[in-house]
Design a protein around this ligand. Structure first.
Ligand SMILES: [Zn+2]
Length: 142
């Protein structure tokens, strides 16, 4: 029987996020979270550079949602993402960047709901922003 996890956490692998991710995992319970992380699974879902990138992401989600039976899927996107830059995305303002990041989170959530419509899970969306002190903060998106 496959391992079971309560939640999965889908997020960019950006090393600057390691501390906040570790804190969140500790807060929610070590060993209960299935991390899905590389640069950047949210963008790979909504606008993959190559179609297989989307399939790869959905395959990893399938392992978590179907085989590991997670009940909660947490989707994270973050400001100043190197993968967005690498892909040629430029934002004139923080607001413009926020709009895009939130929109991508919402689209990713819809893609996941459509693909795994028979599975029972809830999706939560978060945006990570760097605060004045340099620490990354989690903001829940409605
Ligand atoms: Zn990133």
């Amino acid at each position: 029987m496959a391992h079971q996890f309560e939640e999965c956490m889908v997020s960019c692998q950006d090393g600057r996020l390691a501390e906040i991710h570790f804190e969140l995992i500790k807060k929610r319970g070590m060993g209960k979270i299935d991390p899905i992380s590389w640069g950047n699974p949210i963008l790979d879902l909504v606008e993959p550079e190559n179609p297989p990138d989307k399939d790869f992401t959905l395959k990893k989600l399938e392992i978590s949602i179907i085989h590991h039976q997670v009940k909660i899927v947490r989707l994270y996107n973050h400001f100043d993402c190197g993968y967005y830059k690498l892909r040629g995305f430029k934002f004139a303002t923080k607001e413009e960047e926020r709009e895009r990041l939130v929109s991508d989170l919402q689209k990713a959530a819809q893609i996941i709901k459509n693909k795994f419509s028979n599975a029972e899970f809830k999706i939560y969306l978060y945006l990570l922003n760097q605060g004045d002190g340099g620490a990354w903060c989690e903001e829940a998106i409605k």
